[in-house]
Ligand binder design. Structure first.
Ligand SMILES: NC(=O)c1ccc[n+]([C@@H]2O[C@H](COP(=O)([O-])OP(=O)(O)OC[C@H]3O[C@@H](n4cnc5c(N)ncnc54)[C@H](OP(=O)(O)O)[C@@H]3O)[C@@H](O)[C@H]2O)c1
Length: 270
């Protein structure tokens, strides 16, 4: 494999766990400069140690992406250390499993939007001037939930639809700048997100989804993301059902509603 990422400055949000961590480990042997972003400093330091052993230079920047000022400072700290940004991967995210009716604390709705949607918007906005200088790459880790409605997942689903709208618009704004915008829409992936998902009471569910063992591994998902980044792809869906579903929905939306309901009741046991 050519060393596409050697010396490249790559910011990964949500790098302390799951897909972000797997992405950092997969990129590290190519000697990039990895900027590792999440809230938990101790876990980021552990990821950084492994990345360094694999060949990367690292910068750990504990940041809550829901805080716009913190995102601005994270981008500034990256520039102070490496003087450039080549890739921004907007991956940090949280989830929620509850029917709209059952949610007890409506402030949880805002939290999901603040992290998943606005967190990506803030990081991208502040990184943009530097990405234009390098003709860099913006990557948004969305979800198959951005493609259709998903019961018991409405606000998470809305946050991912919002991401698509933002990044699709940004791509058009950036035409001619050399900066690419890649949206990746994973289907279920093995990670901590499911057990950490907020339930109706606003607290983490604390349990894995039913089919967790059959989900795509975080490593396989990271590989798909890297290929999409390298090819400056527009939109990549990780599962066959997600790819086919996009087209079926155009003519038979009720079939996709049924599939979404069945998929969720199998995974989450409604
Ligand atoms: N797993 C799936 O089935 C699946 C499917 C489709 C899409 N996705 C998307 O993939 C992305 C990664 O998810 P994952 O499955 O890898 O989840 P994960 O294992 O729970 O990892 C989430 C990462 O986001 C970070 N994070 C959460 N809130 C944050 C905040 N406010 N500020 C900064 N970082 C924050 C977490 O670190 P800290 O807690 O230390 O901050 C962690 O590093 C998410 O955007 C998710 O929506 C996942």
């Amino acid at each position: 494999m050519p060393k596409t990422w050697s010396q490249q400055v790559i910011i990964i949000t949500g790098a302390s766990a799951g897909i972000g961590k797997a992405l950092a480990y997969r990129l590290a042997p190519q000697s990039p400069n990895l900027v590792l972003v999440a809230r938990d400093r101790a876990r980021l330091e552990e990821v950084a140690e492994t990345c360094k052993r694999l060949g990367a230079t690292t910068l750990v920047l504990p940041t809550d992406v829901a805080d716009s000022q913190a995102c601005a400072e994270m981008i500034q700290a990256t520039i102070e250390k490496f003087s450039r940004i080549d890739v921004l991967v907007n991956n940090a995210g949280i989830s929620m499993w509850s029917t709209v009716e059952d949610v007890q604390d409506v402030s949880r709705f805002r939290l999901i939007m603040d992290v998943n949607f606005l967190g990506s918007v803030y990081c991208t906005k502040f990184a943009l001037p530097y990405l234009k200088l390098t003709q860099g790459r913006v990557v948004a880790i969305s979800s198959v939930a951005s493609l259709t409605g998903v019961p018991s997942h409405a606000v998470y689903c809305a946050s991912k639809h919002a991401m698509n709208g933002f990044f699709e618009s940004l791509r058009i704004e950036l035409e001619g700048s050399g900066v690419s915008v890649t949206i990746v829409a994973p289907d279920f992936v093995q990670s901590e997100i499911h057990a950490r998902s907020l339930g109706p009471d606003g607290k983490p569910l604390g349990r894995l989804l039913q089919d967790h063992g059959s989900f795509l591994s975080a490593e396989a998902c990271a590989e798909i993301i890297i290929r999409a980044m390298a090819g400056r792809k527009r939109f990549v869906v990780t599962s066959v059902r997600g790819k086919v579903g996009r087209w079926v929905k155009l003519c038979f939306p009720q079939v996709i509603d049924w599939m979404a309901k069945r998929g969720v009741s199998e995974a989450y046991r409604l």
